[in-house]
Design a protein around this ligand. Sequence first.
Ligand code: ADP
Ligand code: MG
Length: 204
Amino acid sequence: MELIEYMKASKMLEKYGIKSIRSSYVPSSLEAVKFAGANSIVLKLLSDKALHKSKAGLVKVGLLGKKDIESAFRELERKGASLKPYKIIAQEMAKGGIEIIIGGNIDQQFGKMVLLGLGGGYVETFKDTALRICPIGKSDAEDMLNQLKSKDVITSNGSNSKMVVDLVLQVSRFFSESDISELDLNPVMIRKDGYDVVDIRMLE
Ligand code: ADP
Ligand code: MG
């Protein structure tokens, strides 16, 4: 099983209508500053040797301005010395929201399964997740969402339920039709009026 690099994974998802936040590999801090323009950005170090980036201090959020970006970039390069080969990626900052996880994996008994749950740092704490065998239909995706204790928080009391259901369906369709053996979008940051996929882990 091999990790698919981030930008390729993001393009594969896009073909199924799943949009990831604007991202770009940045070979230098100058490129990162250019990417940011006047906006705040996130820098992350991606390496097969570090799967939990934030735990290892490899995710720098809310970087604003040249000085801030340059010092974060240097710090990532220092940490990267023992994590080669690595790439540094710049991302737009997501505009807040609640973090969910949408994932897929292959179960020995049931085959491809899709998962929806509360995401980010809460996955382990609350274990609020729903699982179904692929492929799923609209009513299955609705049931998955309804099953979650955190449903009202995720959907802003129902106002974006359709968006979440559609997204789960798109992910399930992608996973069913691809040769991917494992998929984690964690987190997808969900707002009342939209979503941002900010972390993708995909195994071939
Ligand atoms: P990992 O899961 O490997 O620790 P993530 O890429 O998921 O790394 O980042 C960790 C956390 O940082 C996310 O759960 C989210 O809270 C925050 N984060 C990451 N990328 C962004 C982004 N583009 N905008 C805003 N917050 C982000
Ligand atoms: Mg993550």
